[in-house]
Design a binder for this molecule. Sequence first.
Ligand code: C2G
Length: 445
Amino acid sequence: MIKVITYGTYDLLHYGHIRLLERAKALGDYLIVGITSDDYDKTRGKINNQQTLMERIAAVEATGLADEIVVEEYDGQKIDDIRRFGVDIFTVGDDWVGYFDYLKEYCKVVYLPRTEGISSSQVRSEKQKLRIGLVGSAVFRTKFINETKVVNGVDVVGICASEKGTEPEVQDIFHTTDYDELLTKVDAVYIISKPEKHYIDVKKALLAGKHVLCESPIAFSREETKELYDLAERKGLILMDAIKTAYSTAYARLVLLSKTGRIGKVVSVDSVCTSLRDGISIAGADLSNKWNSMCGWSPVALLPVLQILGTNYKEKRYCTKFLNKKENIDAFTKIDFIYGDCVASIKVGKGVKAEGELIIAGTKGYIYVPAPWWKTDYFEIRYENPENNRRFFYQLDGEGIRYEIVVFAKSIAQKKNGSYVSTDISETIAEVIGDFNKRVNLVEI
Ligand code: C2G
């Protein structure tokens, strides 16, 4: 019996894939099809799969051409599989010609002509491109524009800001100062205006029937945030709170790990986020366009606290060092949270520098994430006995922004909000910032 093996993603299975499988099957008597896992595809830069692994497997199964299906999860697995199954022929489309010659040491390698005129990217982009407009001019808009370029099916088509800006990334993009005009030209907006404008900017976009991705916080109170989510739901629109860290695989995995008992019962979460690059503490700095430490950092710093310990804290207390109290600019704020049987603290600062680490302490051990934890690809579980320590690494591209854009686009396409930041967490972030603005339980230092 001649055993043949072939691999692929098989996203939105099309005629080109089926022809490849038919010819692969005809090369022998038994066909094994390797289908890439989502994580493996991420590591090789394929982040746009529209279908889940299970859907892709079901589609290949339905062709009736595969005698056996395996999931491809890591580099080098092809060698393992060929040995394990006693494969005689490895085959793949000739878009890979030469690439898999290293497998000739283990079996015969056949490159089959690729079917011209069809591809998954084409099928994906035939569905209309998502036109995104940017609202506001915060510094991270260029990062966002660059990240949309690696996501299929989305395009930044316009910017609404008081000035166009000088960054090369924005030069070819339509610019207006009129928000209504921008809204007529886009399907969705990414809002990075000053935080005090978020509520009104989000509401206007939703009322105009546009989907919204808004830098956190979405508003300055739980009630306003809830009102916006309700409005989005009533209008069948997607509203997402943009916190890129939520989309970092290492971060998402450590949150899950903290819930498995590996470090025992979680007793404390301490998260620190600071940066001085904004220059808000420099004497005479123009503060008009700057985000304070609370708005700039607390949504990220709060994320692990709220995702691990929940949103039902009993008490919270702020300690703040103001730079300019009238403008509500804090150089540094520390917040202590007391839950029933655990505690948390966050430190945020744009005028104070500290080690940006995250520590989740449990009764058996702790999770340690080195600085800058909010864009990490690495963390450790540490125990009393260092021999038991474990290290975890997950690739992170684009600081999580590109995965966030993929989730936003997918949510719109599937009409189902897949945000990694739940509405409850989004509302609680707004409440924590709102209470700071109202100086509830705040001590000045
Ligand atoms: N294919 C084809 N004609 C097309 C499109 C794809 O013959 N018009 C072939 C590809 O060459 C590949 C298979 O169909 O052999 C699956 O294609 P993809 O799903 O795009 O998978 P790919 O990224 O090529 O993964 O480990 C994974 C493999 O390296 C191939």
